[in-house]
Design a binder for this molecule. Sequence first.
Ligand code: PLP
Length: 431
Amino acid sequence: MTNDRSTMALTTAEVEQLRAQFPILGRLGRDGRPIVYLDASATSQKPQRVIDAEADFYSHHNAAVNRGTHMLGDESTEAFEQARSVVAGFVNAQPQEVVWTKNATEAINLVAYAMSNASAGMGGAEAKRFAVGPGDRIVATRAEHHANLLPWQELCKRTGAEFAYLDLEPDGRIDLNTLDVITPNTKLVAFTHVSNVTGAVSPVEQVVQAAREVGALVLLDTCQSSAHMPVDVQKLGVDFAVFSSHKMLGPTGIGALWGRYELLDAMPPVLVGGSVIGHVTMEDTIYLPPPTRFEAGSQPVAQAVGWAEALRFLGEIGMDRIAAYEDQITSEMIKVISEVDGVRILGPADTTGRIGVVAFEVEGIHPHDVGQYLDSESVAVRVGHHCAIPLHTFFNVRSSNRASASVTTTLDEVHRFGEALSRVRGFFGGF
Ligand code: PLP
């Protein structure tokens, strides 16, 4: 992203110490060498202390939360709520603004369905600010993961609102000349902080400003940023942000929606049932305040505890230092990919304003073949459309390969990847 952070970057020795805490990084791949894991964008690997935190919860504290009057119930409730505070602290939010969800996809759907419910009259007068219908507009971008696209398309279909999107520069960055799609009838702008295909960091400030000028709400998808750079929801100035534990060194099965409290407080519930109520009669229900209002049924308690441990781990390293280190890795990744003949990067080929998520196309070779060849050299990359078909269509390809780095990626690994990539075309075509 920027080079002036190099002085605070993690050192090679520090990264080696970190790597030693990830048992899976000791696994050997198909050719007997250690696996070069370049698929952190899909899911991150977990340090031992995250695995231990979940096991410790089940071994010593497990009980239903917010239920029991017994000691274990108190301990599990405390661990659960402490985890919420850790997640909140990590992004500079208040605990009561953090709603647990199954993943980031569910967090986005939660907002979309709450808007649907408000549009159908649920939640009374307070919820009217979320109602949309014919004449209103929802805006996303062409660079979205399907998780931040389909919920808005469907919301528009259900309510009659119109859907529009910010378009892209040829290298996949958001084209600020298309900000005028954020018209005065726009109710919400949803966009990704970092693209899971191009690695480009979105111009958050400009998009938020355009949304503010027309009074639209803003939702930010931080799935690809929050393990790689500091994310401060206050500084970003958005209204909602979604998080995914499994991309942040935490367990699968949990994510979170962050929302400004006054917004969450006015929003109708989506999933309803146990745990969300103040009172119920056979005719009606009074719902609890947020975040409980949005957390129906049993919750992913052990996963919350594990996620909190992952965030302590990241916090102890320092997100600034991680970002600075990953800048160096990103530069090297771009360099080694660019050096291979017949390989096109889908996204910015420079190293500013981007992170180490690099999709690429190998001329004449199907991405699955590329992925399989790399796997034969124990290099793990993603193949497919990465849940971003419109973005692939924009780049005129059906699918691609994607190498994505994390705090444990080393320069040696990047070089092994580059060497393996340089052999792909020769292997398949004798070029
Ligand atoms: N948004 C982006 C940009 C992603 O990369 C992903 C996952 O790949 C998601 C959303 C969905 O995240 P989750 O798996 O937490 O639902």
